[in-house]
Write a protein that binds this ligand. Sequence first.
Ligand SMILES: *Cc1c(COP(=O)(O)O)cnc(C)c1O
Length: 377
Amino acid sequence: MAQQADFDKLANLERPHKSMINIMPLQTGSILTDAARRALVEFGDGYSVCDFCQGRLTGIANPPVNKFVGEMLPEFLGCDEATLTYGARDGIFMVFHAMAKPGDVVVVDANRHYSTAVAAERAGLEVVAVPRSDYPEYVVDVEAYAAVVKERKPALIMVTYPDGKYGNVPDAARIGEIAMEAGVPFLINGAYAVGRMPVKMDALHADFLVGSGHKSMASAGPSGVLGMKAKWHDVVLRPSVESKKKEVECLGCTVRGVPLATLMASFPEVRERVNRWDEQVTKAQWFATSMEELGFSLIGEKPHKHDLMDFETPAFYEISQRVRERGYFLYKELKERGIWGIQPGQTKALKVSTFAASQEELGKVLTAFKEIIDKYR
Ligand SMILES: *Cc1c(COP(=O)(O)O)cnc(C)c1O
């Protein structure tokens, strides 16, 4: 039974991350902008964006959801039309559910996110994966899409751009060409791309592009975006027979209140920051090289093209085998040095994102790693 102290805890929620250097891949692209932090309070109450709604979420003029969804997002995503979702997985499910019927095949990459498989399962689709290269790069063989598509006649082709484990960025434009030749609609999962790096759906020859507000667009979330070609409007955004202003795949209305208000408030900065992507890649590559100099090895593409990186760190694992705290020593040592984002207990491999930290801060992370190795030598 819950005690009074348990209820008190609920009423005084806290996180220990404040003013620390954040390298957690899930969080580095979703740290709120100052504008979003203001919107968070202003729009904190439930249904707060609905003050002036006339029945259609994406038609609301105050706050300007209509301009955001109708003009700004399509331009940003390089697509004809956009809509709001609860996250990348929800956009993927919407497309699966609208574009395919149970028993159909969807061709995906071997580095797909688990939520792709779950969305397919919910929609009753069979997932067929295109192979990837072996350890340590795990690069998706984009040319292999052609043969798999020819053999399995899928309702949809999909790629994870980049994947959420290694941060490999496949040649999505080439897959788009293969999809066009085969006449199969093409969906790009840009959960780790949209809001971090420049992505234009049309330039990649895609029919759909999914992004995650709380992964890469500085939104509190849960929120996401879905861009599409105009020709799919009547399929994916078809209205309900009963309520003409409500779209079936959106269950009427998707994100309301804080998720949407923070997504919109951050957008002016997010659309600018993608133009500095080359600086992010340079920083990530410098960090990867420095990590390798410390004796760690980068798993995934080399040279790396994304801030999300997976390193093998056998030196930390070896320490964990002989210290009292076991795997928790690393989390503790890093926390003491103001570094946030390594999961407690993790030592064998570290998934890191360099997106939010400056080069100077990343220098502190590298120094910390080195100090910890030396301390337990
Ligand atoms: C995080 C992630 C998702 C899920 O994103 P949500 O917006 O939380 O649904 C999907 N795909 C990849 C590759 C991811 O990294």
